[in-house]
Design a protein around this ligand. Sequence first.
Ligand code: MG
Length: 252
Amino acid sequence: MKIVRYEHRGTVGYGLWREGFIHPVAGRLFDSLSETGERLPEAEVRLLSPLRPNKLIAIGLNYREHAKEQGKPLPEEPLLFLVSPTAVVGPGDAIRLPTLEHRIDHEAELAVVIGRGGKDIPREKAEEYIFGYTCANDVSNRVLQARDGQNTRAKSFDTFKPLGPAIATELDPSDLSVCCRVNGEIRQDGRTSDMIHAVPALVEFISSVFPLEPGDVILTGTPSGVGPLRPGDLVEVTVEGIGTLSNRVEAE
Ligand code: MG
């Protein structure tokens, strides 16, 4: 199923997304959701980011071709860092560039939504802790990334982490297409099968360092083809089985 968070006439809720309608649900996101029986036409709601993450965990250089284009060696262990969850916005929200002097890139990514908490989760059991998957754009200021020698500032500006449009459950993450278009032109076109460290291995690695908790989101890295965003661009991230996350770029 595909779960969305939406706003309709001032009310925010969760719903199941199917056949052009949002079917509102009651209950708690990671426990039990039941349909209320209502039905809202898709065109009448505004989709929001599917959640405001508890922790936002990201992995750098997790696709072979992207590590090559960045001129970096393949990391032997997942390259782990944290991003501020306040950077998250939803589908249709603007990505605001705080400066036009710096190169600021799109990074299309598969995002993992954790539904159950745990520490030291073996990769064979990772699936039991994953609630579903969504699309992410890991917008990155390359100048600050190089200047700082780490990622926190470069990736945590307001609006730099679009998520959505839906959380897809029952999805096998091992070989999905991950695509980015800018103004309709394909910039990134990869497959999750090219990841150096696959999703179950990431869950094992991260949870060996700190606990994963319900509502945590893992950005799993980006395929090759990253490139700069400019004011007025329409950037679309599509992950197979989830949908398309569209955002317009604006100067702040
Ligand atoms: Mg990234």
